[in-house]
Design a protein. Structure first.
Length: 250
């Protein structure tokens, strides 16, 4: 997922996904469109906003998707901006993909009329693998489209290698002459196995040493409970302990 927010200013460290653990499976929700409700200091990213809005309701994957549709229709339509949530989920071991959007998906979504509310598209994936790229999809080269489609035909033996492949595709897309400005080289990528356990996620800074510690802990809902602040406190304490240890070593 790209990290960049673009609205006259650029920010490279915005989380673009929410991890949701439910009683019937697990889902990763990413999005493109509105990145933040406003750009004031301290304003939450949409990923954090989702975690707050879905708290207490994300007990099953279908319920999570329906609740997301409802809260997005109530709160995001007023911004008059095309927006798409993409939900990849395993429900009792079966792959499902949903998109919750306020535009039709079979046209150029960035240049089309808005619907009256958010609608849900998608369902269970049974016949063939999918490659879904939203946002600045024109920045992905033909070679990388082919690479991604080939990778979907087999389960990665080494998830970490798969994550690096995704990060490199993102990096090359950020170098696109026309559309690269909408994509940060820095990104967060994740891999979710069919049983929903052992999700592997990694941030790629590509040499940018300003990467903040908070990017290590993306927003998470655990059986309806918003665990984001707890996870970030743990990461913050670990980061401070590590820095203190390195200072003493010097």
């Amino acid at each position: 997922m790209f990290n960049r927010l673009t609205d006259e200013i650029h920010e490279h460290w915005s989380h673009k996904f929410l991890d949701v653990i439910c009683n019937d499976g697990r889902a990763l929700i990413s999005y493109t469109g509105i990145g933040r409700l406003n750009f004031d200091l301290g304003s939450p990213d949409i990923s954090e906003w989702m975690a707050n809005q879905l708290e207490g309701n994300a007990v099953s994957v279908p319920n999570t998707v329906k609740c997301l549709q409802d809260v997005a229709s109530r709160h995001l339509m007023k911004y008059r901006t095309p927006h798409i949530f993409t939900v990849a989920a395993f429900i009792q071991g079966q792959l499902w993909v949903f998109e919750v959007s306020n535009v039709k998906l079979d046209v150029d979504w960035s240049d089309t009329a808005l619907l009256r509310s958010f609608c849900v598209y998608g369902g269970q994936v049974t016949d063939r693998p999918l490659v879904l790229v939203r946002g600045a999809r024109a920045a992905v080269s033909k070679a990388d489209w082919k690479l991604l489609r080939e990778e979907t035909k087999q389960r990665p033996r080494r998830p970490k290698k798969f994550l690096k492949l995704l990060a490199r595709v993102n990096k090359r897309s950020s170098e696109h002459e026309r559309y690269g400005k909408f994509i940060s080289r820095e990104c967060s990528v994740s891999y979710m196995p069919a049983n929903g356990d052992g999700v592997v996620a990694k941030g790629f800074a590509w040499g940018n040493e300003s990467m903040p510690w908070s990017t290590v802990a993306p927003p998470r809902l655990f059986f309806g409970m918003n665990m984001t602040s707890f996870l970030r406190e743990d990461v913050k304490r670990f980061s401070e302990t590590l820095q203190h240890s390195q200072t003493e070593t010097r």
